[in-house]
Design a protein around this ligand. Sequence first.
Ligand code: N1C
Length: 253
Amino acid sequence: VLVVAITLGVTLRRKPPQQTFKETFIARCHLAIKGQYKGSDCETIWSTFEQAYVGRDPCKIPTDAYNPLFQVAPITMTCGKAMFWSKTKDVVHAYNENTKCFVTMEDTLLGSVLDNLIWCGKEGSNKTFTSGCPDWNACKDNPVRSFWTQGSTKFAEAACGDATVMLNGNIATPFDNSSVFGSVEVPKLNSAKVRKLTVVLVTATTPVSDCSNESLNELRQKLDSKIGYECKEVSETRISECASNDVSCTNCW
Ligand code: N1C
C-alpha cells in the first residue's frame, strides 16, 4: 500500500512535460511564416541555428557563427518603417502590435522566434540548454548576445528612408553608448540609405530627461553627419492613445 501510495503521489506531482526549446522555436517559426515569410522552412532554419552553438563552449560563440542563419532567414525591411528602441521595449511593442506602423527587430522572422529566449550549448553535448547559460555580460561571445548583436547589425544595415528610435525619457541617460542601439545599430546606419533619425523620447507625467539631454548630443555626434536628426518628447499617455484610437502612423508625433 505504501509503495502504491508513494508511486501515485510522485506520479500526480510530476509536472506536465514542458515544451522543449526546439518545440518553442519551431512553433514560433511556423507562426511567423504564416504571417509573412512563406517559403522558409522551419526545420532548415532550426538546424542552421543550432549549428551556431551546439557542442561549443558558450563563451566562444562569435557573432559570425550566426551568418549562415541570417542567410537562410534574411532580415527584410520596408523603407521608412525601421523602429529601434533602447530601454523602451514594452512601450514599443504595445504600440506596434496595435498600429503596425513600424517594423522592429522582433517583427522579423528570427527576432520573433528568439525574443525572450535563452539558449546555449556545452562542449561534448549535442543538446540545447536553457539554464546555466552565460549572462549577457558574463562574456562577450555568448550565444544570446552574439545573436542579438549580429541580428541588430543586419537590421540597422537594412534600414532605409526615415528611421525612428524610441528612447526612455524617464531615466537620466536616454542614450546609452554601450547598449545594442548605441554600440551596434547607430554605427551601422548608412547615410546612403537612411535620410533621417527621429528620436521619440517617451516620457511619463514627470519626465526625468528631455530632448536637450546631454546623452542625446552624444547620439547626434555618433550619427553619420549626413543623416538628419530630430527629437520629439512624447508622453506615454499620447502613445497609448495612438495605439488604441485611429491616429494615423504619421500623426502621433
Ligand atoms: O541594448 P538595447 O536595449 O539598446 O537594444 C535594443 C536594440 C533595438 O533597437 C533592437 O533592434 O537592439 C535590438 N535588440 C533587440 O531587438 C532585442 N530583442 C530582445 C537588442 N536586444 C534585444 N533583446 C534583448 O533585450 C537582449 O537580450 C538585450 O539584453 C536586451 C536589450 O535591451 P535594452 O538595453 O533595452
